[in-house]
Design a protein around this ligand. Sequence first.
Ligand SMILES: [Zn+2]
Ligand SMILES: [Zn+2]
Length: 384
Amino acid sequence: MKVILPEKNIPTRALVVEKPHGPFVLQDIILDEVRDDEVLVEIKYSGLCHTDLVVQQGRVPLGDFPAILGHEGAGVVRRLGSCLKDQSLMVGDRVLLSFSSCMNCSYCAQGLNGLCARIHKINFTGTRLKDGSNPASLSSGTGVRSKFFGQSSFSKLAVVSETSIVKCELSNEELAIMAPMGCGYLTGAGTVMRVLKPQKESALAIFGMGAVGLSALMAAKAIGVERLIAVDILDTKLSLSISLGATDTINSGKVESLGKALRELVRDGVNQIIDTTGLSFLIEDGVRALGHGGSFAIVGAPRPGETITVDPLDMLRSCKRLIGVVEGASNPVTLIPELVKLYRQGLFPIDKLSRTYSVIDLNTAVEDLKAGLVVKPILSWESV
Ligand SMILES: [Zn+2]
Ligand SMILES: [Zn+2]
């Protein structure tokens, strides 16, 4: 469909969630004109992340409804704000969309934007920070949360914060595969490449082989880590992990103790563990299975109210570290191009993880994700 842009108030279609637990409904919306630091993007593809479903179910206290979610957008620039920092950005450029960060705090200054002090507020509140306004409204005039992760990319057209934009020269085919770079793939790869930085001789275990776990696995394989242990409860995910470079697998649903199974594989304990499940009993088991000086990165946030009990004295004596990681602690503008390069070299084969669904078939995509039939569903906006 050719998109025709009127001068002001831009009509488009988006998946709107009216209230917590409400369904995603494709409907007409109106977008404001872009402000100085915003970019209008025609979304071609958007990845579906567990976080979208968690927010849809009202399990994140930040942000109002109705809401347009989606935070793994890929598309084409259609209009530019008048005061963008990147003056090289042009109408027609292909862009991948990622999370937003404040660009002012000490972490953003070091390129550790995933550690940005304001990351939750900026991304989950889903409004313009300066005045709390929304770029989108329903036909009735009601405002809609529409800056989710600076983008709300479950929309044919989106008003995107400049800090969420990563310009990439990509083919059409690549654009379809790379939409999830901005969250899922970047989170897994960034945890390996920016936080843990394992040595070749390291033994690295990954708990939960979804999109984040598998991208961590591929990134670790790409940088030459020799021992890679994949842990999941689905044998299909473990087979996929082997095909992507895992040297060992553990089905944690079939062993008495994950910690014991890890110690059987690596007697002195693994050097590093990444947890993407947020399950406290797995995290506790994993910490015990870490070797001396080992690091444990928690990527999957445990559910509110859940506690993790670790022995601080044991941590001290054995020099173990527990690290919380958001968005791979990375700067998307530098990490995403590195990952695109690795993909083109055949070292980050993300095309093995995704399946594309028309946005009209969103419910099938959600069911397939929940049933473990697809690792990363990607919605195509072509037919809308
Ligand atoms: Zn910041
Ligand atoms: Zn995400």
